[in-house]
Design a protein around this ligand. Structure first.
Ligand code: HXC
Length: 271
């Protein structure tokens, strides 16, 4: 049995994190760097990516900001090949880039549907396809896909995102089964309401909306990108999670179970 000697040890390893310029992506990239791993953050906004890379470098690792739209399969393939050649390896891919807005299904245009499905579902496949080839050749690697619980329970106003994330969940399980015997693990992380600038502005823009979201979480609080990143680090760490593949780690304070209430309408425990 391999002894676990440190909280997380990614020294000598290389990760690519999409959507790494802000929020959960930035926190996961920094958590990887804290563990000693080199990191490449990918996204569309160069400024915020460079900021993340600068923060990561403070932990003494090599960090790079790479501008790339995950919807462009050729650009993704070229970037992943270049990173793997540069570092001589590729150990982890975190598919965190997402696009989302709330829209009633009947009002959603084909262009709106395509924009979200292209980023979330197609982008995840392009990145995983490109990175997976290097991981399979090396016989080791971990892919982590960030989804949302509406991938399995659905949610009004998110038909594009829920369908795309549901597709990512099916992709995760399929690739996990395909690649388990070849050393590559594929898992999902499903964060609940996370206190980030983007999420706050888009998902709970008013105090009333914020209170409503809060009331839907049995744990009675939002989570933080840093807390979510700890779960990501666990799943990416082959010494701890080496036997975990094709699964979803839900980090939501019980939100999706929150519909389970006592017959008097309470959840018990004062929640
Ligand atoms: C209705 C909209 C819209 C909106 C865009 N569209 N925003 N429709 N309401 N608020 C439509 C446009 O009209 C257009 O349709 C089509 O979508 C494409 O829009 P563009 O702006 O041209 O696309 P693009 O610049 O590529 O932007 C993609 C995007 C954008 C998805 C629309 O929001 C984006 O890139 N966001 C990235 C950041 C983000 O959203 N992060 C949040 C992730 S949070 P037509 O018909 O004109 O072509 C997340 C987790 C949620 O996903 C979990 C909750 C618990």
């Amino acid at each position: 049995m391999t002894a676990v000697t440190a909280p997380a040890d990614f020294a000598g390893q290389v990760a690519i994190v999409t959507g790494g310029g802000s929020g959960i992506g930035r926190a996961v990239a920094l958590r990887w760097a804290v563990g000693g791993g080199d990191v490449v953050v990918v996204g569309r906004r160069t400024g915020s990516l460079e900021e993340t890379a600068g923060l990561a470098e403070r932990y003494g690792v090599r960090a790079e900001a790479a501008a790339c739209d995950v919807r462009d399969a050729d650009a993704v393939g070229a970037l992943v090949d270049r990173v793997a050649a540069d570092h001589g390896r590729l150990d982890a891919l975190v598919n965190n880039a997402a696009g989302n807005f709330v829209s009633a299904a009947e009002d959603l245009s084909p262009g709106g549907w395509r924009a979200v499905v292209d980023i979330v579902l197609n982008g995840t496949f392009y990145c995983t396809h490109a990175a997976g080839r290097h991981m399979l050749a090396a016989g080791r690697g971990a892919v982590l896909n960030v989804i949302a619980s509406y991938a399995w329970h659905g949610h009004p106003g998110t038909v594009h995102s829920a369908a795309a994330k549901g597709g990512v969940l099916a992709m995760t399980r399929t690739l996990a089964a395909e690649w388990a015997g070849r050393g590559v693990r594929v898992n999902c992380l499903s964060p609940g309401p996370t206190e980030t600038e983007g999420a706050g502005a888009a998902l709970w823009p008013t105090d009333e909306a914020r209170q409503r979201v809060l009331a839907s979480v049995p744990a009675g609080r939002f989570t933080t990108p840093e807390e979510v990143a700890e779960s990501a680090a666990f799943l990416l760490d082959g010494r701890r999670a080496g036997y975990v593949t094709g699964d979803v780690l839900t980090v939501d304070g019980g939100q999706w179970l929150g519909r389970a209430v006592y017959t008097d309408g309470t959840r018990g425990g004062g929640a």
